[in-house]
Write a protein that binds this ligand. Structure first.
Ligand SMILES: CC(C)(COP(=O)(O)OP(=O)(O)OC[C@H]1O[C@@H](n2cnc3c(N)ncnc32)[C@H](O)[C@@H]1OP(=O)(O)O)[C@@H](O)C(=O)NCCC(=O)NCCS
Length: 150
């Protein structure tokens, strides 16, 4: 069988060596991310791997996408809440299934930890991302009240 782009997608745990690629992906999302601080945050998350997940997708030698997730313990229920905190796919690699594979891997990680609900927050203007998440079974739910402290 011929090898397709989809077959070439690999998902693995992100390491400190991925810091630069991850920072680049976050910059394409519009976040003013500096490499040094992105690497530091990556170090923090990797050091707390019990309740933090950072996965990267590679296509060949290129880091094509990243997903980050966090496990949130809840006072009112036994199952923790799963929160997707970032998902980004390189503009050149979109529409190939990279985002889907990353999300599926994150969902598996949450499922293995007993999570019964996964949430993602997304800026209003990221309409294509909303479509992506709707396709993956996510639905808008609940009112979210936010107070910016700066
Ligand atoms: C949203 C994003 C992660 C999707 O990644 P991707 O690798 O292009 O998505 P995939 O190729 O895995 O697509 C999976 C499914 O979603 C659909 N989809 C993806 N982008 C879509 C879009 N813009 N509009 C409609 N459907 C879309 C695909 O058609 C596919 O459907 P299928 O399962 O029926 O084939 C990517 O567009 C991205 O990085 N966007 C910018 C960052 C961002 O907004 N992140 C989310 C922050 S909350």
């Amino acid at each position: 069988m011929a090898m397709t782009a989809r077959d070439a997608i690999q998902i693995r745990v992100g390491t400190l060596a991925d810091g630069e690629a991850v920072a680049r992906l976050l910059v394409t999302m519009g976040y003013p991310v500096e490499l040094k601080s992105a690497e530091e945050r990556m170090r923090e998350l990797v050091a707390h791997a019990d309740d933090n997940l950072v996965l990267v997708a590679t296509v060949g030698i290129v880091v094509a996408g990243v997903v980050a997730g966090h496990l949130i313990p809840m006072l009112q229920q036994e199952q923790p809440l799963g929160r997707i905190t970032a998902l980004a796919v390189d503009e050149d690699q979109r529409g190939l299934g990279v985002g889907k594979r990353l999300l599926a891997a994150a969902e598996r990680w949450f499922a293995e930890r007993g999570v019964s609900r996964i949430e993602v927050t997304s800026a209003e203007h990221r309409e294509q991302a909303h479509e992506f998440f709707r396709k993956a079974g996510f639905r808008e739910q609940r009112l979210r009240l936010v107070k910016n402290r700066n």
